[in-house]
Design a protein around this ligand. Sequence first.
Ligand code: SIN
Ligand code: MN
Length: 271
Amino acid sequence: MRLSDEQIAQYHRDGFLVFPELFSPDEVVAMKRELDRLEAIDTDHVVRERDSGSAKTLYRVHEADGPTASPPFQAAGRSPRLLQPAQQLLADPELYIYHTKCNRKAAIDGSIWQWHQDYGTWKHDGTPQPTLTTAMVMLDEATEANGCLYFIPGSHRLGLLDAELDDKTTSYKLWVLPKDRLIDIMEQSPEPVAIAGKPGTVAFFHPTILHGSGHNMSRHDRWQIYYVYNTVANRPSDVANPRPDYVRSTNWAPLRVGGNDILAGQPAAVC
Ligand code: SIN
Ligand code: MN
């Protein structure tokens, strides 16, 4: 899939681009089946809720090996629908996947992700520059009620902002912006945009765009998968105590664009 010059300019202006229903209902069904299968695996690549034990995040579903290897998710990450736009947005054909994560925001309980910039964490991984892009794929309909993402348009152009490590608000630590600074930026920016859409919708977004998501007030779980692409030239430098490979991949081999049929080799759906 080739982006037009206008789309590339829009991404650089706003920090994100949305493609409604880029993956078909059949493809989404197959990916959801994979979530069910992967969730049952006992591995540190699956992060679980303390109380219920249900999966909150599944990592590293994009490789051919490892406990959470998944053929359709692996194929999607190399498909022309995701990899080619990522190459265009980063103006570099040599990309690898920094990580993949499938996030569940559980019905009723799933909680907030405060306003943050992803590169705030990746900088601490030793990643020299914010030359990454994320392709987020909705695996359920994302709505304002079930905790869809929000972006502050153009905020990526502020670069990396001073952040504080918040390990209190939720069970996951995040580098978040102090409230005063956030309000100051919001006063000077367009209103935050809700990234709502049907299953299969894809949003590409910049690593320094300010984004967050709210509590899931609905009775439906909300799953999304995030493919983070980095340029091979921008691979992280050595740091003390690096995060595990499933969040800071050391497979820097450049990806080759694969086929569009991400279900090739998959068993047919049982009705
Ligand atoms: C994130 O910002 O990394 C995840 C937010 C979400 O899944 O709602
Ligand atoms: Mn984020």
